[in-house]
Design a binder for this molecule. Structure first.
Ligand SMILES: Cc1cc2nc3c(=O)[nH]c(=O)nc-3n(C[C@H](O)[C@H](O)[C@H](O)COP(=O)(O)OP(=O)(O)OC[C@H]3O[C@@H](n4cnc5c(N)ncnc54)[C@H](O)[C@@H]3O)c2cc1C
Length: 500
């Protein structure tokens, strides 16, 4: 059927859904191509949004840079705080913690990463913890933060998801996006081409378009229900299929990291914002039930509850195609990996950038569609492997959930990475992959793999030289951290506009 598509220019873009995905798409498209396009976004206040998704990774700064968003304005409007990494508690084993930070650890040699020198230092009794050589990690541990010159501090944000969508709505409307309030009742397709022709709303009106972006969240009304694209289920690797979310009042200063606390059949998140804390428990209904999850969460939060706890169901995995015909799915409609590494908003952003790079202004080409889908598959598969790593490399055997996670059959790509690091300490970043070497190293060490050997370049250093090399790095880190203000104080001054 697809070959019968008319090659017509794309001028009318219809975004279905106004959650984080819908408004990020609206902002990205309107800022870059707004003058050439007629962009409309349909959302339903009655249906609402998923209402979570508040921890981000540093790539969001690039997106904001492209949109020329003022950071202080963004942070003030979304009640954001800074994030330097994630504290993984009870993951390697009960009562053992580590931080996966956004920083760079130590200094690499061109033949061998810093981890080889650290490994040699450990063998010789000369090295501290791997994290002692990372500025962002030590700053996180001590609850300190400041912007440093020349991007000297890598960071992301915690933000209020509902406020972020509102912030981007204002932004997009300034660039000409038209918002339509209403419920999509039917997706009308062209019988010949199989493309979407219009969305019929519950008031009977129709919104016609050339290109439709499905941002309807888990409902996936366009890509799934109308275009018939199947979903690839990854729950044999990623057991969690539910979450319960709860917002609470802050009871202490906001820390500059997300807390991810492993529990018997899942893990709990704690995301500190300026005005409240976002909490939740991600769990697997194969190993526990909603009541137990709710009890576990409410027993573990300390502030007053600001809402009724809300259960969210999901299937980990992805759409087999995220672009089909004249429909592109972005956000939860395109797939979902659980939020342990805060990667969903990043994937939304990547979808937008890819769409802009391949924007079909002169008509939709199957070659573009194939390339878009290939890149999307590749990106999400790497992130999937990184997430599985957190579960499968662990010393925990205390519950069926952790026992099964530790013994599952892994994707070959991940098996190889783990074996390579375990035997040699080597990690190689595949091009365009989100997580760089230092992320893999921090998590592999943090989860309990100590490589069996290191690169011989590290052996070329004698004890004195190695001790001095390691000592210089950790002294510089400590000196810099000691000069930073507290994160809470920095946010208060920065976001109220009094500045630093
Ligand atoms: C438990 C959990 C925790 C998460 N934590 C993080 C995190 O820390 N970091 C991160 O990056 N990501 C996180 N995510 C993912 C993140 O929440 C999403 O990627 C992000 O919110 C985008 O969602 P969305 O816009 O695709 O969907 P939604 O927010 O569900 O928006 C869907 C939109 O479609 C509209 N809609 C649906 N049906 C209709 C209809 N019939 N008519 C009209 N409109 C309709 C809705 O009204 C809404 O506007 C988390 C997800 C979950 C489930």
């Amino acid at each position: 059927m697809e070959q019968q598509r008319e090659q017509k220019p794309v001028r009318r873009v219809v975004i279905a859904g106004g959650g984080t995905a819908g408004w990020m798409v609206a902002a990205g498209l309107s800022k870059s191509l707004g003058r050439l396009l007629d962009i409309r976004l349909i959302e339903s206040d009655e249906i609402g949004t998923v209402g979570v998704g508040e921890a981000t990774i540093p790539s969001l700064l690039n997106f904001h840079h492209l949109l020329e968003i003022n950071e202080q304005e963004f942070m003030a409007e979304t009640m954001a705080t800074f994030k330097l990494g994630i504290s993984f508690e009870n993951w390697r084993d009960v009562q053992e913690d580590y931080i996966h930070s956004f920083g760079i650890t130590g200094t690499d040699h061109w033949t061998a990463g810093f981890q080889h020198f650290w490994h040699k230092g450990r063998e010789r009794g000369l090295a501290g913890d791997y994290g002692d050589y990372c500025l962002e990690l030590k700053a996180a541990e001590q609850n300190r933060f400041a912007h440093l010159p020349n991007g000297g501090m890598n960071y992301a944000y915690h933000m209020d998801a509902t406020r972020y969508a509102k912030f981007l709505r204002k932004f997009s409307e300034r660039f000409g996006v038209q918002r339509i309030e209403g419920k999509i009742a039917e997706v009308r397709k062209d019988l010949l081409s199989g493309d979407i022709r219009a969305l019929r709303l519950d008031d009977g009106s129709e919104v016609e378009g050339d290109l439709f972006i499905d941002c309807t969240g888990f409902r996936a009304l366009l890509i799934g229900a109308a275009m018939g694209v199947d979903y690839e289920d990854w729950s044999h690797w990623l057991f969690n299929d539910s979450a319960v979310a709860l917002q609470t009042a802050s009871t202490r200063e906001a820390v500059p990291y997300t807390r991810a606390i492993a529990r018997d059949a899942g893990w709990q998140w704690q995301i500190p914002l300026q005005h409240r804390v976002g909490n939740g428990l991600v769990y697997s209904t194969r190993y526990t039930d909603d009541d137990t999850a709710l009890r576990t969460l409410t027993a573990a939060v300390d502030g007053e509850a600001l809402m009724k706890p809300r259960v969210i169901r999901f299937t980990p995995g992805q759409r087999k195609q995220t672009w089909k015909g004249n429909c592109v799915a972005i956000g939860l409609a395109s797939g979902f990996l659980e939020p342990i590494e805060s990667t969903s908003i990043h994937l939304i952003q990547r979808g937008i950038i890819r769409l802009l790079q391949m924007f079909p202004q002169n008509g939709i080409s199957q070659a573009d569609i194939d390339e878009y889908n290939k890149q999307a598959d590749y990106e999400i598969a790497h992130i999937r492997d990184f997430i599985i790593l957190h579960y499968t490399v662990t010393n925990r055997r205390d519950t069926p959930y952790w026992r099964d996670a530790a013994t599952m059959k892994l994707p070959e790509s991940l098996r190889h990475r783990i074996d390579l690091f375990r035997d040699t300490g080597r990690v190689f970043r595949v091009s365009n992959e989100l997580f760089a070497e230092n992320s893999w190293i921090q998590v592999m060490l943090g989860q309990g793999i100590l490589p069996a050997s290191h690169h011989q370049t590290a052996d070329l250093m004698g004890d004195e030289e190695l001790s001095q090399f390691l000592g210089n790095i950790s002294n510089t880190v400590n000196r810099t951290v000691a000069q930073l203000p507290s994160h809470q104080r920095y946010v208060e001054q920065y976001c109220t506009g009094t500045g630093w």
